[in-house]
Design a binder for this molecule. Structure first.
Ligand code: TRH
Length: 363
């Protein structure tokens, strides 16, 4: 596959998922020998997402310089991430070029039915600065008729090596984390979550690795008040580089993840996980959560499916398990591990997102 020129446009709506997904996409493309520019309105999180060497391979530009600085590259590819709406000047420069760059709108991830129907659809531009161009909708997803998931070459092998007990222990030691005998290791990355106290009641004995954010703040408040349930210890983490974040997911027995990118990486880690879906005001997240569970849990043994569905719904405050009963029953991660690994194997059998994107552009 010959290398290409890519321009990835990303606007950070809130949190870190928009930047996190785009940064992983850029790193994946660069690692396959492509030339990549990232236009982003808040590049600060990239500094901790790292690694530093990625900045040698990827040109990072300020979004608000795109009007002045963007030079369309013939036969290049422009990625408009998550419907971020390209600046007019960028569209005009694309339209003025022959051949024009290929234009892809990379969408948010969902397991809902509309994804298969909408993946690859064409959107001709009839008016405005992009008149005459067409863009295509590219939907990541979990099935063969979608654009797949970001999975850089060699990822699963690297994660399996990271999960080996000696590597996991060495990684924990490097972070200054000491696990005591018999403790479950649980990562926590979530939004504000009223079910957290109930979950904590059902988690002991455990060492919680708390990522920065609302979960960590709630735990600190409990610690300050001296009301952390017996048998729980907490290690508050700083922001980790994405590679370290992935390694942490591999080292844990149970991962509580959120949003889009950490949710995908938990699946690649192959450990039992619970997803805190990004809550939407109109409640659209409920159907999105159910669609994912319907797919991912379908082939799990009945008892595993049942227990984990209850936990996932309760963690997301969904009827009929809200408010969460205390203590919340946390099923055995060990018993569920084979089922989550099987789901990973199903996903792994599908081509990854960048491979699919390259195939789509070459069609
Ligand atoms: O930060 P998020 O809540 O982002 C969300 C989602 O993208 C959601 O779909 C979107 O609508 C909303 O933002 C606007 O969760 P997510 O997607 O897991 O992104 C977090 C990123 O940060 C991910 O790339 C992992 C990375 N990360 C690290 O690299 N190190 C860390 O220590 C932590 C806590 C996160």
């Amino acid at each position: 596959m010959s290398s290409r020129d890519w321009d990835v446009f990303c606007r950070v709506i809130d949190n870190y998922g928009d930047a996190g997904v785009c940064w992983r996409l850029c790193k994946d493309l660069a690692s396959r020998g492509h030339r990549v520019r990232l236009w982003i309105d808040d590049a600060a999180p990239l500094q901790w997402m790292g690694p530093a060497r990625a900045f040698e391979a990827i040109e990072v530009h300020a979004w608000d310089r795109a009007d002045a600085d963007f030079v369309a590259r013939p036969a290049g590819v422009v990625i408009e991430a998550f419907g971020c709406e390209l600046p007019d000047a960028v569209k005009a420069r694309m339209a003025a070029l022959h051949p024009a760059p290929q234009w892809i709108n990379l969408e948010y991830l969902s397991a809902e039915d509309y994804v298969e129907r909408s993946h690859g659809l064409r959107s001709p531009q009839w008016q405005g600065p992009a008149a005459g161009l067409e863009k295509f909708f590219f939907y990541p997803g979990f099935t063969r008729r979608t654009g797949g998931l970001l999975r850089e070459p060699g990822l699963i092998e690297a994660l399996d090596a990271a999960a080996a007990p000696a590597s996991a222990t060495a990684w924990l030691q490097r972070q200054g984390i000491e696990r005591q005998a018999g403790e479950r290791l649980v990562s926590l990355f979530c939004y504000e979550n009223s079910a957290l106290p109930a979950l904590l009641d059902g988690l002991a004995p455990a060492l919680i690795l708390a990522c920065p954010g609302p979960g960590s703040r709630m735990l600190r408040a409990l610690q300050d008040r001296g009301t952390l349930p017996a048998g729980l210890r907490v290690h508050h983490l700083p922001f980790l580089a994405q590679d370290d974040f992935d390694q942490m997911l591999c080292a844990c027995d149970l991962n509580l993840v959120r949003g889009e990118d950490s949710f995908v990486r938990a699946q690649w880690a192959g450990r039992p996980f619970v997803w805190h879906i990004y809550p939407q005001d109109d409640g659209a997240h409920e159907a999105k959560l159910e669609a994912f569970m319907a797919l991912a849990f379908a082939d799990m043994p009945g008892s595993v499916r049942q227990e984990w569905q209850v936990l996932w719904r309760t963690w997301n405050g969904l009827h009929p398990h809200s408010p969460a009963p205390r203590p919340l029953t946390v099923p055995s991660p060990q018993a569920a591990e084979p089922a989550f690994r099987q789901w990973r194997a199903t996903l792994r059998a599908q081509p990854d997102l960048v491979t699919q994107l390259l195939g789509f552009l070459a069609r």
